[in-house]
Write a protein that binds this ligand. Structure first.
Ligand SMILES: [Zn+2]
Length: 205
């Protein structure tokens, strides 16, 4: 089964649009996108022109005003989507197992095993795919709940991610949006896996 079909089966298209693209072999197979690549590049450019602040991330309002003034832009939520590699559930399982961040990989498999009734090999593959889908959906819900616009959210997120990159925050799974999305996916995993169990049993009959 393709991940695309799995998303349809679980009826999860309603919350956030999913977009499926060719996999580029870059390790980026699932991503919550809220800002366009061009906007993000512009933003970082403006951001990097202000090295005078010790902690840029405490100065978000100033940066947003700078950005608006320099680029004369207003923000919309037009770019929000969940971008997925157009792969099968089996292919996604291999991508997940071979993730370059080994700690993150272990965390995901641990969460999946702890969130479901004992899994056979086939169910584990579906569970990992569903976890990945729900995790990205979690990012989208977390964004909506933040009440931040795309620009504020982007700066806020990149702040956390840079700190993580500098080893200040700890592990990837401790980035607040990652933690929230993991918890969301964990909570919803088994009920969604049941839908697949039901579907697969219909196929067998
Ligand atoms: Zn994530």
């Amino acid at each position: 089964m393709k991940v695309k079909e799995l998303v349809n089966l679980l009826n999860l298209q309603e919350v956030t649009p999913f977009k499926f693209c060719d996999y580029k072999d870059d390790g980026e197979f699932a991503k919550f996108v809220y800002i366009s690549d061009v906007e993000y590049k512009d933003l970082i450019e403006v951001f990097d022109q202000r090295p005078d602040y010790i902690n840029k991330y405490d100065m978000l309002d100033e940066y947003i005003i700078d950005y608006m003034n320099l680029k004369g832009k207003s923000y919309t939520n037009d770019n929000i989507e969940i971008r997925f590699a157009d792969v099968t559930v089996d292919e996604l399982f291999i991508l997940m197992k071979n993730m370059s961040d080994r700690d993150r990989c272990k965390t995901i498999f641990k969460i999946v095993r702890n969130s479901c009734y004992p899994l056979n090999e086939d169910e584990l593959k579906y569970a990992v795919a569903i976890f990945t889908i729900l995790h990205e959906l979690g990012h989208s819900i977390y964004f909506s709940k933040s009440n931040k616009n795309v620009l504020e959210y982007s700066l806020w997120e990149s702040g956390y991610r840079r700190k993580f990159g500098n080893g200040v925050v700890g592990t990837y799974s401790e980035i607040p949006s990652e933690k929230w999305s993991d918890d969301y996916a964990s909570e919803k995993l088994d009920e969604n896996l049941d839908k697949v169990r039901e579907y697969l049993s219909i196929l067998v009959k």
